[in-house]
Ligand binder design. Structure first.
Ligand code: KG4
Ligand code: ZN
Length: 354
């Protein structure tokens, strides 16, 4: 399905889920890091996706402080939940299953969302569904569509993982980062350049006016023949270059650094599509908001006749719509979690082995 068709299936700025999903109402909570989010979905339609960002609270520290994050989740979760219910014109008693992000993420943040979802499930006598945050990102470009075979790239602040998607719930992990995630590299380089928190969007903004060829940064592991990524060397090369430069245009540094990351992401994703013989590429996670990354994937996929799926930017960064979508698919399969299921800060995306 083309991006145009994908856009047409977004109702009132929100997504719809495939026809075959069970028409129950799902309420999903996402509190894995510093966004407090609640999503509501009825059958094939996402009715609400409310997100309260804590970015200003953490900006003063230059990074996310776990205790600040969890205390703020506690403070804002109830109003965010009420806003989502109002937007969807629903009440708690209308909900058929309650979902929450189980991991990966910050333990004390995950606990807040999971405890609330479980508490609501107990009070309402409805099932609880634990959702993997990475699976939420991975499937977000498919919103409104059937999940079908594709190469999925999740690029966020905490994860860079390339996945061969067979169908919903059936994945082969092709590779992931051996050190920094792509978003982490953006944020660290933003900090080195003295840009405001959060680095990624600010590097993207400045790069728009910069020369992408001004500095030749390393494309680590680009031709390594496997699907692992490494971005910490790239960040270090920016650090070493800065003191050697007298005057420089920060726009050129941002554009050159960003292009190095994107070259690696595009090259590995397209190699995987080629090797696995997949005609669809699905890019997700906060870094997939990046305008140059979207443009490069659009150009390269068009050249190769590959179908490109990209979520709308507000569904690339953390949100509960993507958690509700995975929960709706699980609900349709009758896959529920026990109330004893624990949060897992290091939860992995389970994949097939060779
Ligand atoms: O998916 P996300 O909201 O949270 C995690 O699961 O980590 O991703 C956040 C990451 C941050 O590192 C942020 O800097 C990055 O996504 N990001 C961007 C852009 N917008 C967000 N990176 C590059 N360009 C952007 N426009
Ligand atoms: Zn995320």
């Amino acid at each position: 399905m083309s991006n145009q068709t994908q856009k047409e299936s977004i109702s009132a700025g929100l997504w719809t889920v495939p026809e075959k999903a069970h028409p129950g109402v799902i309420l999903a909570i996402e509190t894995s890091c510093d966004e407090t989010a609640v999503g509501l979905m009825r059958g094939r339609e996402l009715l609400a996706s409310e997100v309260a960002s804590q970015i200003d609270l953490h900006a003063v520290y230059g990074g996310v402080v776990p205790e600040v994050a969890s205390r703020n989740h506690l403070r804002v979760l109830k109003p965010v939940l009420e806003r989502a219910l109002d937007q969807a014109n629903l009440r708690i008693r209308d909900v058929d299953a309650f979902a929450a992000t189980q991991g990966p993420g910050l333990a004390t943040s995950l606990m807040i969302g999971c405890c609330l979802a479980k508490g609501l499930a107990i009070a309402a006598g409805r099932p609880f569904i634990a959702v993997n945050h990475i699976e939420g990102h991975l499937l977000s470009p498919f919103f409104g569509q059937e999940i079908r075979p594709a190469i999925g790239l999740v690029v966020s602040g905490g994860h860079t993982v390339l996945v061969d998607i067979h169908t919903e719930g059936l994945y082969r992990i092709l590779g992931s980062t051996v050190d920094d995630a792509a978003g982490e590299a953006f944020d660290k380089v933003g900090k080195l350049l003295g840009l405001p928190f959060l680095g990624g969007p600010n590097v993207n903004r400045l790069a728009l006016k910069g020369d992408r060829k001004r500095y030749d940064f390393p494309r680590s592991m680009m031709n390594s023949g496997d699907y692992s990524f490494s971005f910490s060397g790239l960040k270090t090369s920016v650090r070493y270059l800065l003191p050697k430069l007298g005057e420089y245009l920060v726009e050129d540094l941002c554009a050159s650094f960003q292009e190095a990351i994107i070259d690696v992401l595009v090259s590995k994703t397209l190699s995987a599509a080629d090797e696995m013989k997949r005609n669809t590429v699905a890019i997700s996670g906060g870094v997939s908001c990046n305008s140059r990354l979207r443009e490069r994937f659009e150009l390269e996929c068009q050249d190769r006749g590959l179908e490109l799926l990209l979520a709308p930017p507000k569904f690339c960064t953390d949100n509960a719509g993507m958690i509700a979508f995975v929960a709706a698919l699980k609900h349709a399969r009758g896959e529920y979690s026990t109330l004893a299921s624990d949060i897992d800060p290091n939860l992995k995306l389970l994949g097939l082995t060779a």
